[in-house]
Design a binder for this molecule. Structure first.
Ligand code: BDR
Ligand code: CA
Length: 322
């Protein structure tokens, strides 16, 4: 039976690549897409989500989400230097005729979870603001969600640091208060951070092969990823290719065996120079700081079989190509 997945996203080049993976996987039933600010302002990420729905032939509705972090007065600027001014690597975007669902994302999430108790998995690959707002609207949804898989965080494993500060990853520092709420809620939580997403790299050769073998989907993946690949080269993180962030959170749902996990409650630092830091207290660890007490254990991905994951991405896209 197909897995019901709700995708919370800030498209975003790697968000678009992960959405294509969901759209083409034969055992996924996308039940909704919710947009959030992040890689670009909310108008842009919502427009991009609607464009991708149209382009990929997705039936699920798109609901517009938060424009800024919880409790913040500031309208965030986005990350044009990573994802381009239009959020999709500056590819031309034609007129978008698809319309957003009238409900705000938080209400939409509550409605979908309540309509399918115990069946919906949420994959969240942007700021966690919509999820925190949904919990505030209806705290009773947490135990009704099948699982949550988040791309976010940096736990200092495998020699990887944060990508905004030495300890903070973009999705978490963009709304640390929301992330702390979401990691403390009583739903089965998997956190896929830079510790593993920086281990999986799509090289130029990998992308060229996809472009050649996956029809119009392959051509789209090639085009949309050029600016993004350029950012990774310019910033000298990878000389050939780019890290695979958001698709890793999708893979953790469809193939959890690609990863190994540490378990324990996770707290997020909300201000100061360590703002956005994600701290796991491993299960069974003794300490005198009580700030993790009473919070549920999360699965934190600490290793990945990158070859298996990259093969899975390629095979799913080629098999589902249009
Ligand atoms: C995360 O931040 C965004 O730029 C990407 O889409 C990804 O979700 C990586 O830190
Ligand atoms: Ca994202």
């Amino acid at each position: 039976m197909a897995q019901k997945i709700l995708y919370d996203t800030d498209p975003g080049v790697d968000d678009a690549m992960a959405l294509l993976l969901l759209a083409r996987h034969p055992e996924v039933e996308l039940v909704g897409i919710t947009s959030v600010f992040g890689n670009a302002p909310i108008e842009t990420t919502t427009r991009n989500a609607l464009y991708l729905k149209q382009l990929f032939g997705i039936a699920a509705p798109v609901a517009r989400g938060a424009a800024k972090a919880l409790g913040s007065a500031e309208m965030p600027a986005g990350a044009a230097f990573v994802h381009g001014d239009n959020g999709l690597g500056n590819i031309p975007i034609p007129e978008v005729t698809a319309k957003a669902d009238p409900r705000p994302a938080a209400q939409f999430i509550v409605d979908i979870v309540r309509a399918h108790p115990g069946e919906v998995t949420i994959v969240a690959v942007g700021r966690m603001t919509n999820l925190a707002e949904a919990l505030a609207l209806d705290p009773g949804i947490a135990p009704l969600v099948k699982a949550v898989s988040v791309m976010g965080g940096a736990f200092g494993r495998n020699g990887h640091f944060g990508n905004v500060t030495p300890v903070a990853e973009a999705n978490i520092i963009g709304d640390p208060v929301a992330a702390d709420i979401v990691f403390g809620a009583r739903w089965p939580m998997t956190i896929v951070g830079l510790d593993v997403t920086h281990e999986s790299v799509m090289t130029d050769a990998y992308m060229r092969a996809l472009a050649a073998e996956a029809g119009t989907d392959g051509a789209f993946l090639w085009e949309v990823s050029r600016f993004y690949a350029g950012f990774y080269t310019k910033s000298q993180q990878y000389l050939d290719g780019f890290a695979v962030h958001d698709s890793s959170a999708v893979a953790a749902v469809l193939h959890p065996e690609f990863f190994t996990y540490a378990r324990g409650p996770v707290r997020v630092i909300a201000d100061g120079i360590a703002s956005g830091q994600t701290i796991l207290r491993p299960e069974g660890y003794y300490d005198r700081a009580r700030d993790w007490d009473g919070r549920p254990s999360c699965n934190v991905a600490v290793t990945v079989d990158a070859a298996a994951f990259l093969r899975f991405y390629r095979d799913t896209i080629i098999d589902g190509a249009r």
